[in-house]
Design a protein around this ligand. Structure first.
Ligand SMILES: NC(=O)c1ccc[n+]([C@@H]2O[C@H](COP(=O)([O-])OP(=O)(O)OC[C@H]3O[C@@H](n4cnc5c(N)ncnc54)[C@H](OP(=O)(O)O)[C@@H]3O)[C@@H](O)[C@H]2O)c1
Length: 346
């Protein structure tokens, strides 16, 4: 029988409630709102950030009717069902707790917070308040991720021995940029490393230990990190991240019967290659997601969130709270180990 990849199972737009979204932040939030408006029935009804002038331009660009002078006013608004928090990571914790206390569902940009303790506080508060809390780990909601879940569930790869993933890039030295600035939550691990660590977690579950090696920048944030993440099954996870290194940005699950490669960039809509057999007797099939451009793929998480709200869920069935906290715990430990290796500057 010819090798094949299953079709992705996607959520029917017509089956989910049309929610009213309040947007906090005007950076990556622009990509999210564009994608959501172009591809879903979800609508941004209000926006807030600190610079009101910039926020007004953002609102006009995206057809958002209301600009609030500050995030607190947006969170308090009775016209908002769900708050999307897209500000630098150190502000996620307080904004999320404020929104949850106001009875709003929340979608918090990745990483959900600065630490596992903060992630636990946010997710616990959401469950206690009876609102949905999701991290905007949009990769989980892409069609290719559903195909991957089906391939893994069908056992096509045999016993999985290794999962490796990387997300890194070489960016210029900009000490004022949030990536280089410790007070703004800088460093590769929190910004980019969360993707490969989350990918490995989605296949292998939480690691039994963390070994991290890397280097710091002269500004005191992690520049690069390579992680060894053994799992309870005996399989190994290997994650790499960097803000000073050119990387392929791919992910791969390797087993006794085959391997599944997620094409670059694996965190966004790209595609998959399934290869069965090993060297000399390989057979492969590739599926590419050509439905949207890179960040337009963020729309899938908006529809998923609305579906889960409609179902009365408090957490995502494909990215639960325990896993969100566990990934942050891995990042905490990797950041600690890389920082402890004092003197190794990028
Ligand atoms: N999913 C993805 O593909 C993706 C891509 C990039 C970033 N992100 C995540 O999104 C978050 C934001 O990143 P970004 O690249 O958009 O950053 P950015 O370009 O620096 O934008 C941050 C935005 O937040 C606003 N802001 C900053 N502090 C605030 C506060 N205390 N209260 C309210 N608004 C505040 C800023 O506007 P004012 O200065 O006017 O307040 C700005 O609009 C980060 O956590 C990052 O990891 C996700």
């Amino acid at each position: 029988m010819a090798l094949f990849l299953p079709s992705p199972r996607t959520i029917d737009q017509g089956s989910v409630p049309a929610l009213r979204w309040g947007i906090i932040g005007t950076g990556i939030a622009g990509n999210f709102v564009s994608a959501m408006h172009a591809f879903t029935t979800q609508r941004a009804v209000a926006v807030a950030a600190r610079d009101v002038g910039r926020t007004q331009v953002f609102a006009a660009t995206h057809g958002i009717p209301v600009v609030h002078a500050d995030p607190a006013a947006l969170i308090a608004s009775a016209e908002v069902d769900v708050v999307y928090i897209a500000t630098p990571h150190p502000s996620h914790h307080d904004l999320a707790l404020e929104a949850i206390a106001a009875g709003k569902h929340v979608l918090v940009e990745k990483p959900i917070a600065m630490s596992a303790a903060e992630a636990d506080a946010i997710t616990s508060a959401g469950r206690a308040a009876g609102v949905l809390v999701m991290e905007a780990m949009w990769t989980r909601y892409l069609p290719q991720s559903d195909v991957m879940r089906q391939v893994l569930a069908d056992g096509v790869l045999g016993d999985v021995h290794l999962v490796r993933a990387d997300f890194g890039f070489s960016m210029p030295f900009l000490p004022e940029h949030r990536m280089w600035n410790a007070e703004l939550g800088g460093g590769a691990l929190l910004d980019a490393g969360v993707y490969p660590i989350s990918f490995i977690s989605s296949v292998l579950g939480p690691p039994t230990s963390v070994v991290a090696h890397g280097a710091m920048t002269s500004t005191g944030v992690d520049a690069r990190a390579n992680l060894l993440l053994p799992s309870a099954s005996g399989a190994t996870g290997m994650a790499s991240t960097s803000m000073v290194t050119c990387m392929p940005v791919t992910a791969e699950v390797l087993g006794t019967a085959g391997r599944l490669s997620v094409l670059s960039p694996f965190f966004g809509p790209s595609g998959l290659t399934l290869t069965t057999g090993s060297i000399g007797s390989e057979d492969s099939v590739t599926w590419r997601d050509e439905t949207v451009t890179l960040h337009d793929g963020m729309h899938w998480q908006a529809t998923a969130l609305a579906a889960y709200v409609g179902e009365g869920r408090l957490e995502s069935p494909v990215h639960g709270h325990a896993e969100i906290v566990s990934v942050m715990a891995t990042i905490d430990e990797a950041r600690r180990q890389v920082a402890a290796d004092a003197g190794s500057f990028a």
